[in-house]
Design a binder for this molecule. Sequence first.
Ligand code: HEC
Length: 153
Amino acid sequence: MKNKIKFLGYALVVAIVLLQLYPSDKPMVSAENPDDLLLTNKVPENIASILKSACYDCHSNESKFPWYSNIAPIKWLVYDDIKEAREELNFSEWNTINRSDKGELLDDLSTVISEGEMPLEKYVLLHPEAKLSEEDREALVNWADEMLDSLYD
Ligand code: HEC
C-alpha cells in the first residue's frame, strides 16, 4: 500500500514535469505602448486606476505573470484568456481602433461591467485587489458612456 502511494506520488511529479515540455506561446509583453488609452486620452485618475488594477492584466500588452501563471496546466488557461481578451479589447492599442469599433467596445464595456461579467471571477479569486465595488462599477459605466458621447462630438 505504502509503495503504491509512493509510486503514484512519483508518477504525478513526473507527469507535471513532462507537462512543462509541451510548447505554448506566452503572450508578448511590451512596456512601451504609444497608442495606450491612458496615454492618448484624458482618463480620470480613479478610472485609470480601476482599469490598471482590474483589466490591464488581460486587456493590455502590460500583463503581469505571477509565478504560478507560468506553470502548466495553469499557463494554458491564463495564456488563452489573455490572447482572447486582447483580441476583443486591447487598451494598449486603443488609439489604433476606428471610431465605430471604439463605440462598440465602450458599449460592451458598460454591459459587461453592469452585469458583473468582468473582471472574470476566477481572476478576482486570485487577485482580490481587482474586485470592483458598486461605486467602481458605476464610475466605470458613467465614464464609458461619457467617452462614447465624446466620440461623436
Ligand atoms: C482574467 C482576464 C480578464 C480580466 C482581468 C478582464 N477580462 Fe475582459 N475579457 C476576458 C476574456 C477572455 C474575454 C473574451 C471572452 C469573453 O467575452 O468572455 C473578455 C472580453 C471582454 C469584453 C468584450 C465582451 C463582449 O461581449 O464583447 C469587454 C468589453 C471586457 N472584457 C472588458 C473588461 C473590463 C472593463 C475589465 C476590467 C474591469 C476586464 N474585461 C477584465 C478576460 C479578462
